[in-house]
Design a binder for this molecule. Structure first.
Ligand SMILES: CC(C)(COP(=O)(O)OP(=O)(O)OC[C@H]1O[C@@H](n2cnc3c(N)ncnc32)[C@H](O)[C@@H]1OP(=O)(O)O)[C@@H](O)C(=O)NCCC(=O)NCCS
Length: 196
């Protein structure tokens, strides 16, 4: 039995009642749900040393990737999160962006991303994060979106800041990486930031 004493920020069923949206972004980028045909490129991304460095949870086989994609579909259906491939004009996959840990009561969600090596340095992550957050804080109804990155991941810090997620603080020893625990920067964008 739900015992929340304040109104939920987002009504249950308001996202899962429809298909996961395709989100247009600037510069011809399009965020679309993953399809099984993306499994090879998704698996290949996790062979990149930089993605391996910052993402400790990773699939090892195409079968595992397909399991992840199924979980992504369930996340949407159960209103736990949303997972998008970043593409350009319906072309090849350039990267991944996600919202995780939907909390409809408080209207908050986490965000995460990676970009394939050949697509880096062209604004893909920043543009995708701006588009995702405009949808998340707009049509989807969230009030606050947050993300965290290792204090050693300067590129991710730059992406967050450029996309309108200012640094809020440092979470000491918050995540385990291959070389041990890292302090993590917390960044967030809130609905009332939008017109700043
Ligand atoms: C971090 C990552 C997502 C950035 O993707 P991208 O599409 O290249 O990002 P953008 O082009 O939008 O912006 C990158 C910014 O970081 C800056 N940058 C890149 N490498 C940097 C570094 N080592 N130190 C500081 N800034 C750096 C770029 O100069 C650019 O800023 P600018 O436009 O002001 O010059 C991508 O490098 C990646 O996938 N890395 C591996 C996985 C990862 O780090 N995921 C995030 C985990 S929290």
């Amino acid at each position: 039995m739900r015992s929340l004493t304040t109104p939920a920020t987002i009504a249950a069923g308001s996202l899962s009642g429809g298909p996961q949206p395709v989100l247009p972004a600037a510069d011809g980028l399009v965020l679309r749900p993953w399809v099984d045909g993306d499994a090879d490129v998704f698996l290949g991304a996790y062979r990149d040393p930089a993605i391996q460095r910052w993402h400790t949870r990773r699939p090892r086989t195409v079968t595992e990737v397909l399991g992840w994609f199924e979980q992504y579909r369930l996340d949407w259906a159960r209103e736990r999160g949303g997972h998008w491939a970043i593409t350009r004009d319906g072309g090849p996959v350039l990267g991944r962006i996600a919202m995780r840990g939907f909390d409809f009561d408080d209207g908050i969600s986490g965000c995460a991303y990676w970009v394939l090596p050949d697509a880096r340095g062209a604004g893909v992550a920043t543009t995708a994060l701006v588009a995702l957050s405009e949808w998340g804080l707009g049509a989807a109804g969230f009030f606050r979106l947050h993300l965290a990155h290792s204090t050693r991941n300067d590129a991710s810090c730059r992406v967050a800041t450029k996309a309108g997620f200012p640094w809020e603080g440092t979470m000491r020893s918050d995540a385990v990486h291959a070389d041990g625990r890292h302090d993590m920067h917390l960044h967030a964008r809130i609905k009332t930031d939008q017109n700043d």
